[in-house]
Each structure stands twice: as structure tokens, then as C-alpha cells.
Design a protein around this ligand. Structure first.
Ligand code: SF4
Length: 694
């Protein structure tokens, strides 16, 4: 235990790690954080926290942090430290030259879910206003873009339906493709309290995650499906519900479309969706699946919570819509204790999506082809907005390789480590004429950058994060921005240097513009947030206190829409050369690619990524616990230590991706969700061989 001394002042702010969005009091001695104390008044955490929010803040003052802008003419040259004016001028000159020669379509950028709503909004405005294209995407592309797509199709808006408190009223909880104990610990504690009080649990996951194994919190049903078969399992549950007469006919008649429901009902009743027909694809689980479906439909309030094990598949969007079908068919939507709830990975992934970070959508999920929405922004911003969607991240990479995409602004994401098929990403970045990275550290992506603009940690930011339950929380600066400029000020300067003046007096003014242009944020302001603590959107004149539970009186789109979600097996199959399936995830003490948590004492809990492997698969390969093994796929190879674990089913291996030295994404493939291009991180055919013993 380190004694950091006594605080002399405190600032209320929000954790910058996961989508739970815990509120903290940062206690400081001068500009030095002494401790982070979880706030009892925090709407999402009510005084609770985990080891990341509580202890992993030291990265903000780590010696690796870059605090001075840097430029270089080519990625083969060393960096040159420069002042802000020179860095902005250098970046603007390069981007202007590309735009003049190749047109605005050769420029684009991505926003970061680690940044505030205000910072994200500024970047997408710069890309649309100053770059002149809709080539803006966000790191949600590689995590929850299927959530955005799927929930919008079914319900009319791209957001989870419930507040976290809602789980206190659930009688049945279906957790699919999520490991809340590690990924969303404070929500997991709340969920476990509810389970200990008697709620039933259904876990759909290849691994025996902690929820399955914990004493007094045993899963009533664990459907240990094969990776890639989520849609088949949910369709089979729907088949049981429809064929056994468990549909909530009154709810469907009152709230949903008759035509789409009839088509869906006929589809799921087909024999191909029967549990016994799907057993070969999904695993041996027929009896359990039937019982789980009956429990979900008849056990009282039934709530679905899901994570990246749903979205990061070739059928990620289909799975989201299949779950929405299940919830509507059983009337489990629109009141406490029910709903379809994404457990968002990053602190502001909901907000980054809300802020117009997608190439086809302006803030508030209005399509760029909508003339009324476009006109609103064009009047406010004084620019013409292209009615055609721009490029998604994978399309930007493809265009870079064919020479048509050349200038790229990267806000706070390490694409070269976090995106799939690392070698392809590196080749695309290396092909560009101007890569601008705005970040805290010289990350892997910065190896391909020409301009490095130092960013700010959450302790220096003024703004808002929006958590997984649509709760807009204030982020308040505990110290002045270390590089001298806030991130939104940097973006405004770059836009202005490109000939598109952008100026705000402060972050509150950016939120005022967001509220003026985004109907669901119409009632949001820093003053309201400071008075209320937080508010869940939609926050409007009619709902000034926000909306904890969506779709209570009717769906945002009117009537609920059922989508036929036919199961299509992924193209990624195990074969003789690559006989195992790799799936990936996180652990409690570390966060994503580890850029922050690896620079804190949390490395004491997790010093390396390991490969979990079933005892039988290990024995077959002569692998002992702790051996270094080679992990290879058709895309590449890496090595790491093996951990023999009965949490794994036979034929499936698992690793985390917190360390660049492991580089798990060297082996992942280019396969992606059919609707959104979200990468299929969760299914990679691999071989594992012993590497270090004779
Ligand atoms: Fe809360 Fe998530 Fe931060 Fe942990 S990482 S303190 S659960 S917001």
C-alpha cells in the first residue's frame, strides 16, 4: 500500500475505463492525485468501484506520456518536437495538399470512445466541416456497431433499454457473450446481489465464466455453445417459445408490427430452428436450451445483458436483432426488470456513437440522406454536408491501399494493436501520406504517424461521458491540460488552419451546440448536469429529468419491428491445419490494449496475456501448464504461455489482448459482421503447438 499523503482538495468526476461509468471524487494534493474515492451519489455506482477506477489512474502522470507536439516528414525519420503552432500548420499543410490534389474523399478520421462527448463532437464536425467528407468513423466500429444497427432496426434507437437499477427487478437474467465480473465489475456486483436474492440466471457462453462457477450464484442454465453460433441458439429459444405457445400475444398485438411478427413467427417455427436440429452446430444442449427458453418466457421479468461475445461476429447484428425479437415476443421490454442491454466496453462508446461519429449518421442517429437533418446542420455549421455516407474504418484501410485515401486523423485509438489482422492495418497506415495521432502515448499506431498531437487524460478533461445506460456524467478537470491545450482546442485550431473556423469559449458551449442539434439531448446542459448529478437521454422539454427506461409507452420507431434472423455459419471454420477456435476477452485488472493500465500498479495482477486451453487439447499437444506455445492462424502467428484450464470447452482456446508483445490480433481475421463490418474477433481457427521444450 502506497501512502500518497493527505488531500487538500477534491474534484467530482467520472471513471474513464468501462461503460459502467462510475462517479468518483478525485482527491488531490496540489496537482497530484492522492486517491480516487467512489461517489455514493454516483447514479451508476452508488459508492462502489473496481480495481481499475480505484487504483489505475497513475498513467496520467507516467513518464512515457508525450506532452509536446511532434512532426516528421516520413515515418522512417525520428520525431521532431515542435510548438503547437508549427504542429498545427504542418498538419494543415499536409491535409490541404491531399485535399487539393485528391479531393475531400481522400481525407477522414476516427473518433475515440475514450474521449468526451464534446471532444468527439468537435472531431466529427472538423471532418465534415473542414475535411469536407463523411469519412468519419469511431472505434465502436470494432465493438458495438452491431448494437447500434440492431437495436435501431427493432426499436428505433441505438441504445440499451434499461438503467442498471432495473436489474434489481429482474426475475430471470440472460447473460450472453459477456463476462461482467471482469468486464463490468460494478454492474456484476449488482447483478450478483440480485441473483443471491433469488433471480435465475441463464449464461450463454463457450467458457465457464465466473458467473457459472460462483458459489450461491450458480447459473440455472449454462448453454456452452460453440463460438459463432449465437444466432442459432437464440433462434432455437424462439422456436421453443413459439411452438410451445409461450408468446405474450397481448403485448405483441398492442405494441408490435403484425406483419413482421407473423413472418418471424413462421420463420422460427421452421424445423431447422428446432433445438434438436441445431445441436450439431451449437453443441449438446437441447434439454437445457428448451428449459432456458421456457424460463426466459415464463419466469417473470426477464432481462438480457450482452457484450462483445454477441457483437464481434459475422452475425453480430443478427444476434442483437434476434435478442430483440425474443424480448418483444415475450413482452420483456418497456418496464423495470426486463429489456435488451448492451454492456458497453469503453467509458464513452455510447456517447461517441450518439455524437455523429458514423459515416452515415449525424448526431442523434439521423441519416445523412435525411434532408431535414442535413439542413439543420448545414445552417448551423455553414457547410454543405454530403448526402452520401462516407467510408467505414475497414473501407478507409482498403482505400489507403489502392491510393484513394491518404490523410487520416486518429483520435485516441491504437488501431495497429486493437484492430484485426494487424499486418493489413499496418500496410494501410504505412500507405497514407498524412497520419495524425492524438493520444497520450506513442502507441503502436504512432509508428505510422507524421504528426503527434499530445492528448489529455480524464483528469484534465472538462466535459461529459455517456455510459451504457445512456447516463450522461460530468467529467471535471482536476488539473490543467498537461500539453497546454485541451483536445477540443487542438481540433478547433486544426479546423481553423484548414480554412474552416471553429471556436468555442469552453466545453459547455460545445454541449450547448450538441443540445441545439440533437433532439435526444435537447434538455442537456452542464448547468442541468451539475444540478442533477447526471441525466439519462432522451432528455427533452417533455422529459427534463431524463429517461431511465426506454420504450415504456411505445417504441421510438412506433411499433416494434421483428427481423427474420436466419443463422448463417461463419466462414471461419476449424480444419486439419487449424483445428481449434480462438476466442478473446478481458480480465478485471487490465483494460483493452492496456495502454493505460499497463502503466499502473495493476500490472501486478496481470503481467502477461496467456492462452487458456482445455486439459485434453493440451495433453494431445504435449503442452504443460506454463509452457510457451505458438499460436498460429492463416493470418499470422504469435507466442505466449499456456494455462491449462477446465473453464475452456474442448476445441476452444482463449486469450486476452492487453499486451502488444503478445499481439493477439496478429492472428485474427478480416471476417466481419455483415451489416456493420464489426470484426469477427471471437472466432479464429488456430493451431497451438508447444514452443519451448524438446
Ligand atoms: Fe466502474 Fe468500470 Fe471504472 Fe470499474 S472500470 S470503476 S466498473 S467505470
Amino acid at each position: 500500500v502506497v501512502d500518497h499523503g493527505q488531500p487538500t482538495r477534491a474534484v467530482e468526476t467520472t471513471c474513464a475505463y468501462c461503460g459502467v461509468g462510475c462517479s468518483f471524487r478525485a482527491e488531490l494534493q496540489g496537482d497530484r492525485v492522492v486517491r480516487m474515492v467512489p461517489s455514493k451519489s454516483g447514479g451508476a455506482n452508488e459508492g462502489h468501484s473496481c480495481v481499475k477506477g480505484r487504483f489505475a489512474w497513475g498513467y496520467a502522470t507516467h513518464a512515457d506520456r508525450v506532452t509536446v507536439p511532434m512532426v516528421r516528414d516520413s515515418i522512417h525519420e525520428p520525431w521532431r518536437e515542435v510548438g503547437w503552432d508549427e504542429a498545427i500548420a504542418f498538419a494543415a499543410a499536409r491535409l490541404s495538399a491531399i485535399r487539393d490534389r485528391h479531393g475531400p474523399g481522400a481525407l477522414g478520421g476516427i473518433t475515440s470512445s475514450r474521449c468526451t462527448n464534446e471532444e468527439v463532437f468537435a472531431v466529427q464536425k472538423m471532418i465534415r466541416g473542414a475535411f469536407g467528407s463523411n469519412n468519419v468513423d469511431t472505434c465502436a466500429r470494432v465493438c458495438h456497431s452491431p448494437t447500434g444497427y440492431g437495436l435501431k432496426q427493432a426499436f428505433g434507437t441505438s441504445a440499451g433499454t434499461q438503467d442498471f437499477r432495473s436489474v434489481d427487478r429482474a426475475d430471470v437474467v440472460l447473460v450472453i457473450g459477456a463476462n461482467p465480473t471482469d468486464g463490468h465489475p460494478v454492474f456484476a456486483s449488482r447483478l450478483k446481489r440480485r441473483l443471491r436474492a433469488g433471480a435465475k440466471l441463464i449464461v450463454v457462453d463457450p467458457r465457464r465464466i465466473d458467473l457459472v462457477r460462483m458459489p450461491h450464484v450458480a447459473a440455472s442454465h449454462h448453454l456452452a455453445l460453440r463460438p459463432g453460433t449465437n444466432v442459432a441458439v437464440i433462434n432455437a429459444m424462439a422456436h421453443v417459445i413459439v411452438t410451445e405457445g409461450l408468446v405474450d400475444e397481448a403485448f405483441v398485438a398492442a405494441r408490435c408490427e403484425a406483419d413482421s411478427f407473423a413472418a418471424w413467427r413462421a420463420f422460427v417455427a421452421e424445423p431447422e430452428n428446432a433445438p434438436e436440429a441445431l445441436e450439431a452446430a451449437t453443441g449438446e444442449m437441447e434439454a437445457d436450451l428448451r428449459a432456458a427458453a421456457r424460463l426466459y418466457a415464463t419466469g417473470g421479468n426477464a432481462a438480457i445483458y450482452y457484450g462483445l461475445g454477441v457483437t464481434e461476429h459475422s452475425q453480430g447484428s443478427s444476434t442483437v436483432m434476434a435478442m430483440a425479437n425474443l424480448a418483444m415476443a415475450t413482452g420483456n421490454i418497456g418496464r423495470p426488470g426486463v429489456g435488451v442491454n448492451p454492456l458497453r466496453g469503453q467509458n464513452n462508446v455510447q456517447g461517441a456513437c450518439d455524437m455523429g461519429s458514423f459515416p452515415h449518421e449525424l448526431s442523434g442517429y439521423r441519416h445523412v440522406s435525411d434532408p431535414d437533418a442535413r439542413a439543420l446542420f448545414e445552417r448551423a455549421w455553414g457547410v454543405a454536408i454530403d448526402p452520401e455516407p462516407g467510408l467505414r474504418i475497414p473501407n478507409m484501410f482498403a482505400a489507403a491501399l489502392d491510393g484513394s485515401f491518404r490523410g487520416f486523423f486518429v483520435q485516441g485509438e491504437d488501431l495497429a494493436q486493437s484492430d484485426p489482422d494487424t499486418r493489413h492495418v499496418e500496410a494501410a497506415l504505412a500507405a497514407m501520406d498524412c497520419v495524425i495521432v492524438q493520444d497520450l502515448f506513442l502507441n503502436e499506431t504512432a509508428r505510422f504517424a507524421h504528426v503527434f498531437l499530445p492528448g489529455t487524460s480524464f483528469l484534465e478533461k472538462d466535459g461529459t461521458f455517456t455510459n451504457a445506460e445512456r447516463r450522461i456524467n460530468r467529467v471535471r478537470p482536476a488539473m490543467a491540460p498537461v500539453p497546454g491545450l485541451t483536445e477540443w482546442e487542438t481540433v478547433c485550431r486544426l479546423a481553423t488552419a484548414l480554412g474552416y473556423p471553429m471556436h468555442y469559449d469552453d466545453a459547455a458551449a460545445i454541449m450547448d451546440e450538441i443540445a441545439a442539434l440533437t433532439p435526444t439531448f435537447a434538455g442537456v446542459s452542464f448547468a442541468r448536469l451539475d444540478a442533477a448529478g447526471s441525466v439519462q437521454w432522451p432528455c427533452t422539454a417533455e422529459r427534463p429529468d431524463g429517461t431511465p427506461i426506454m420504450h415504456a409507452d411505445g417504441f421510438v420507431r412506433g411499433r416494434g419491428h421483428f427481423v427474420v434472423t436466419r443463422y448463417v455459419p461463419t466462414e471461419e471454420r476449424a480444419n486439419r491445419r487449424f483445428p481449434l477456435i480462438l476466442t478473446t476477452g478481458r480480465i478485471l485488472s487490465q483494460y483493452n490494449v492496456g495502454a493505460q493500465t499497463r502503466r499502473t500498479a495493476n500490472i501486478l495482477w496481470h503481467a502477461e496475456d496467456v492462452l487458456e486451453i482445455h486439459p485434453h487439447d493440451a495433453e494431445e499437444r504435449g503442452i504443460a501448464d506454463g509452457d510457451t506455445v505458438s499460436l498460429s492462424s492463416r493470418k499470422g502467428a504469435t507466442s505466449l504461455r499456456a494455462r491449462i484450464s477446465d473453464r475452456m470447452p474442448q476445441g476452444v482456446v482463449y486469450t486476452t489482448f492487453h499486451y502488444p508483445v503478445t499481439g493477439a490480433n496478429v492472428v485474427t481475421t478480416e471476417n466481419s459482421d455483415w451489416a456493420t463490418n464489426c470484426p469477427e474477433y471471437k472466432v479464429t481457427a488456430v493451431q497451438v503447438t508447444r514452443a519451448n521444450r524438446p
